[in-house]
Design a protein around this ligand. Sequence first.
Ligand SMILES: [Zn+2]
Ligand SMILES: [Zn+2]
Length: 240
Amino acid sequence: MAHPLLVSLLDLVFPPRCAGCGQSGSWLCSACLATISWIRPPICPLCGEGLAGEGRCPRSEHHPQLLDGLRSAAWHAGPLRFALHRLKYRGQRVLADSLGAVLVQAWRREPFPAEVVMPVPLHPTRLRERGYNQATLLARRLCMAVGLPLDERSLRRMRQTPPQVDLRAAERRENMRGAFCYAGPPLDGRSICLIDDICTTGATLEACAAALREAGAGRVWAYTVARPRFDPAPPPGSDR
Ligand SMILES: [Zn+2]
Ligand SMILES: [Zn+2]
């Protein structure tokens, strides 16, 4: 895989191509943006899941315990999914602008009253490999647009966690325990919104929230660009 710096240079030399459909001219074209499947009300006030007819949250037995609220802008599908994959695994940091705009649009409709925004941190080793933290880029875009302060250094990832793909929700939570710590100025009850690209079970976000609460945070919310549709009974070994 190309070095992130080389990829950035190539982005400058070659004209942009849409991460969704490959058409040249932009990083995420208007046709692909139009396919975004926004998560719109009615949604669960706690976990932000879309609610069907009778209004019961399909996630209610798997609700986050340590978050005051969780929202995602859109379903993890179609061109948005390709673009998020390219941002995270293919070195296309330039996509953070378009994907951050998706987050901004959702935030403007459904904001949290946070005093400060923090991205979910990467472990320093992973950060060196990737060259950037996609959550930080998204959080910067959000803060610039909505005028909230960003703290991208105080929350830290203490250890690399094994891949979560084959773990069930409870195992994921166990897997993430103690993975983060807060090393910034006193929080004194401040309210925080965490930012990440994707959430599946929310175990990573909850582990961040645990560290923030231990350090004296008040309310803690989380916002992600996308989430996969919730499957209440995933077969063993599936991604949950
Ligand atoms: Zn496109
Ligand atoms: Zn819910």
